[in-house]
Design a protein around this ligand. Sequence first.
Ligand SMILES: NC(=O)c1ccc[n+]([C@@H]2O[C@H](COP(=O)([O-])OP(=O)(O)OC[C@H]3O[C@@H](n4cnc5c(N)ncnc54)[C@H](O)[C@@H]3O)[C@@H](O)[C@H]2O)c1
Length: 265
Amino acid sequence: MARVENKVALVTGGASGIGLSSASLLAKEGAKVVIADFNLEGAQEAAKQINEQGGNALGIFLDASKESSIQEAVEYTVEQYGKINVLVNNVGGTNLRKDIDVVNLDLEEWDRLMDLNLKSVLLGSRFAIPHMIKDGGGAIINTTSMAGFAGDSVRTAYGASKAGVINLTKYIATQYGKQNIRCNAVAPGLILTPAAKNSLSPELLDTFMRYNQLPYHGEPDDIGNTVLFLASDESKFITGQTIKVEGGHYLSNPTIPDFKEQMNG
Ligand SMILES: NC(=O)c1ccc[n+]([C@@H]2O[C@H](COP(=O)([O-])OP(=O)(O)OC[C@H]3O[C@@H](n4cnc5c(N)ncnc54)[C@H](O)[C@@H]3O)[C@@H](O)[C@H]2O)c1
C-alpha cells in the first residue's frame, strides 16, 4: 500500500520548487492532490504531468494573500475529491529590495509578507480544519524557514513572519490534537529550487556550502520527502514540531572555525 493512499491533499504554491516536489511525491504515494498556485498555467501543467504518470491531480488558481481565494481552494478540494486530509501551507516569499532592516524596511511590504507568509497559514487551516474534523482528522504541514529561528541583517519581515509560522503550528496542534488533527512545520535551509539556482551567484552558493556540515546543497525533494512523511500515518505521534531540513548549516558555533588553532591548544 502506498504511503498516503486514500488521502486528499491541497498544496499551496505547488506549481514550482518545494510545493511542486511535495505535490508530486504525495501523488506518487497515492494521494489525490489539488495544486493551488498564483501561476495557474504552472499548476495545471504540474497536475497534467502527475496525471500522465498515473497519479490524480488538479491545478487551480490561488492568491494566498486573499482570504476568499484560500477559502475557494479548500472548498474546491472538498467538492472535487469529497474531503481534505492533508493541507500543505507552502506559499511564502519575500522581496529583498524592500524587506531590509528594521529602520528602513517598507511597511507595506511588512504587511504584505505577514499576509502572504503567516495569515495564509492561519486561513488555510481555519477553512480546512472543520472538514478534517468531520472526516475524523487530518495533517497540516506548514513551510517555514530557518530564517524563522535566527536574526539577520536583512529580511526582517520574512524572518518574523516565518517565526510566527513556527509558533502558529504549535497553537493549531494544541487546539485540534484531540480531534486527531496533527500540525507540523518544515524549516528549509537553502534549497536549490529552479528559481534559487537562477538567482543566486556562485559566490553565495560557495559560501553556503562552506557552512553546511554536509557536502551538498539541499534540493526540493529533501523538503518534499519530509512533507510526505509528516502527511503520512508514519508520523502519527508527531505534532506541533518544526523539522529543520538544512544540511546542518546552523548546527555549529560560527566563531570556532576561525580560531581552530587556538581552540586545539
Ligand atoms: N527555496 C528555499 O531555499 C527556501 C528556504 C526556506 C524556506 N522556503 C520556503 O519554502 C516555500 C516555497 O518556496 P520555493 O523556494 O519553493 O519557492 P518558489 O518560488 O519556487 O515557488 C513558490 C510558488 O508559490 C507561488 N506563489 C507565489 N505567490 C503566491 C500567491 N500569492 N498565491 C499563490 N501562490 C503563490 C509561485 O507562483 C510559485 O509557484 C516558501 O514558503 C519559502 O518561504 C524556501
